[in-house]
Design a binder for this molecule. Sequence first.
Ligand code: ADP
Ligand code: MG
Length: 321
Amino acid sequence: MAGPGEFELIREYFSSRFQTGAQAGGVDSGVVLGIGDDCALLTPPRGKMLATSVDTLVADVHFPASADPYRIASRALRVNLSDLAGMNAEPLWFTLALTLPESNAAWLEPFARGLADTARLYGITLIGGDTTKGPLSITVQVTGSCDRALRRDGASAGDHIFVSNQLGAAAAALPIVLEEYEPSEVQQQQADAAFYFPEPQLELARSIGACASAGLDISDGLLADLAHICEASGLGADLKLDTFPIAELAQSMSADAALETALTGGDDYQLCFTVPAKYLDHLQGLQLPITAVGRMREARGIDCFLGGKPWQPRGTGYRHF
Ligand code: ADP
Ligand code: MG
């Protein structure tokens, strides 16, 4: 089926679903002018910093090219929202650079619906983008507002290290998403949720923002991402893995493989953050879905301990190059 031309496509699938005038995204959205002109015009929230980040999802690298377009859109926006959560920023606006092999209404309709549903859920609005022809690729740039930024360089030796929720689900989901084996119905659902509907930890970031000394979202695996906090803060870390929160989907593996997956698997989009000891009581009182996994230390490097003995993982997260 021949799809719409470029401008028709933008109008039909994007500008019609995201308001383009002063009311775009609600009264406080700050959008003076949205999709349709050379630039969007935006009013930054008074007295706040802007936090901005961009991520590209390439077909057959970050998702199967044949995946449901609704889910691709969900994933593309959620992984970007996770970067805002990793900085403790509030979602405001996003742009979309879409490269498509063809103009295909049967693909664009569910894609635009997935994008609009996800945007509504997290209170972010589309303000512009670019549409080109080529191999399927989706670039989303998000902007948020921020006053208590969760930077990587603020940790001190002795700070406690926490992770949110469970880890390892997305890595365990990958062979299911790639249809490498036949999962149970429950596994299929968990894999779908972990891979296509990761939950950006915006609310959690808000709760810990006042007491965390450093933090980030875990996109490349805890060990790789914690290494970024160590590097930026000029420190190292000890991890105690005895009560490590391993996602249910990873638990069907051997205990060692499950732990390794939870520590080095990417794409979970949970938060890792550090908290000075003086705030621990306050933090515990908040009853958040977080687990203490170790402490920051002066000596560089990361050491893992299981049952009091050193424990060595084989990998340290996904790298593109
Ligand atoms: P220009 O040629 O001036 O760069 P374009 O023709 O690329 O403008 O885009 C026209 C308008 O449509 C712009 O406001 C742009 O931000 C918006 N736009 C283009 N592609 C998309 C898209 N995929 N999603 C949202 N907005 C888009
Ligand atoms: Mg222009």
